[in-house]
Design a protein around this ligand. Sequence first.
Ligand SMILES: [Fe+2]
Length: 167
Amino acid sequence: MQGALHELFLDELRDLYSAEQQLTKALPKMAKAASHPQLVQAFESHLKETEGHVKRLEDAFTALGEKPDGEKCEAMEGLIKEGSALIDRKGDLPDAVLDAGLIAAAQKVEHYEIASYGTVITWSTLMNHDEVTELLTETIAEEEAADDKLTMLAENGINESAMAGSV
Ligand SMILES: [Fe+2]
């Protein structure tokens, strides 16, 4: 039965590989749409981290003797689509309101990733793929830090500016 869980584990990793790749294309658009300099910087620095996440997943597949391609993450596609719809409203929405919305969209992405990495780390640990567990653990720490940074930006000015700008 471990074989079946191992296959599901690989599927989940391929799903994450697709998700991270999609995100490397979406983050530059989010950075471009954002106004608050620290939010722009947060998106840009998470883009660099995300490129590292893609690389770590490739390293994980190498360690497992498998190929990373073959899955399309439809959940990430949907989350990014919602973010794009928001970006399309740039110019109509006050800058700070758009920033607050971009934070919301980005945090949905981060929480999706944190949930997914949490699962694959648990399974990887269970199946004793130590090298893979280590790679995934490095990534989830960066996802959590990115999520915390977004919360901090929202709570330290952006939400209040958004509220002031919307009345
Ligand atoms: Fe990531």
